[in-house]
Write a new protein. Structure first.
Length: 320
């Protein structure tokens, strides 16, 4: 009996050694790329969790999650609602950051304010976050979407589109927003996510099935993420973190460092605060309500999505 029990324990232990790693899709945004620090420092292994980080462009990362090719994905909360409405449900186990200036509406030379866009064309990816950001900018300037003409433009193409002079402005996120400003002399930032803090939250979304099967492992992943945040916020280690992240995206560390303030990395304490229910943008619930309305108004989906069905606060609230 003892030998049989011992054998069963050994087999169970062997199974954990050969269990499939947790696959996480991440992409080129500072709040996502910071995971590269954990990878390079070996922190997942130190924490006893097997993680495979898979690098994608942003939209393909969402497609990979929807297709079940990965267990988790770093994603804008509003975009996760879209995936969920289309069948790829997810649970937000970590709040990563909110955009604090790296998402921008950029005017061509001669356009120096949002109000100057009246009657102008604006190039951006329809129904994604820059579209939502533009609507907030228009709203805060007493304008409506009908005051401009939207031109569906891939974010990666916005610098060339702005340079062509065929649009009055473009919407883009970092690093493309920085490229647009650099490539078009005289262009100007008209509005950014720093003017609407909390409008664009980023999260680690995982499949409900994976969370149910691997909750302990996901707890370790979340713990490591906030360790990365502490690492980049610590003046003693910030430069090393930036160097690792810049290398991943092929940027110069000094240029990458200049754009770090445009992403507000959430510490564990800040993430806990953002998990408190409220109507304002300082709450993930209030922010997602704005995103849900945006998606419904623009017919991205027909059935309203509730934040409560996505936000899974237990892991964050359980960490110290």
């Amino acid at each position: 009996m003892f030998i049989r029990s011992l054998l069963a324990s050994a087999l169970a232990f062997a199974a954990t050694l050969h269990a499939a790693p947790l696959k996480i899709a991440y992409s080129d945004w500072p709040g996502f790329t910071i995971l590269e620090v954990a990878k390079q420092k070996g922190w997942f292994k130190e924490e006893g969790v097997d993680v495979e980080l898979l690098w994608f462009d942003y939209l393909p990362s969402l497609d990979a999650f929807a297709a079940g090719k990965v267990d988790g994905v770093t994603v804008v909360a509003t975009d996760a609602l879209v995936s969920g409405a289309n069948g790829a449900k997810s649970k937000f186990i970590a709040l990563l950051d909110y955009s604090d200036g790296n998402d921008m509406i950029i005017g061509k030379p001669g356009i120096d304010s949002i109000k100057a866009l009246k009657g102008q064309k604006v190039g951006l990816e329809l129904t994604l976050v820059e579209h939502m950001l533009l609507l907030k900018a228009l709203e805060m300037n007493g304008m409506k979407q009908s005051d401009v003409e939207l031109v569906n433009t891939s974010t990666n193409d916005t610098p060339q589109t702005l340079a062509s002079g065929k649009v009055g402005a473009v919407g883009a996120w970092y690093p493309v927003s920085g490229q647009a400003l650099k490539q078009v002399p005289g262009s100007k930032k008209l509005f950014s996510s720093a003017d609407a803090k909390g409008l664009i939250y980023d999260v680690l979304a995982v499949s409900p099935t994976s969370l149910a099967k691997n909750k302990t492992e996901w707890e370790r992943v979340v713990k490591v993420y906030y360790k990365c945040v502490d690492y980049i916020k610590d003046p003693a280690t910030r430069d090393e973190a930036v160097k690792i992240m810049a290398a991943k995206v092929g940027a110069k560390p000094e240029e990458y460092a200049e754009n770090i303030p445009g992403t507000h990395f959430l510490t564990l304490t800040e993430a806990k605060a953002a998990l408190k229910k409220g109507d304002g943008l300082d709450s993930i619930y209030g922010s997602m309500a704005v995103g849900n309305k945006f998606n419904l108004d623009n017919k991205v989906y027909k059935v309203s999505q509730k934040a409560e069905n996505y936000v899974a606060p237990s892991i964050i609230m359980g960490l110290k």
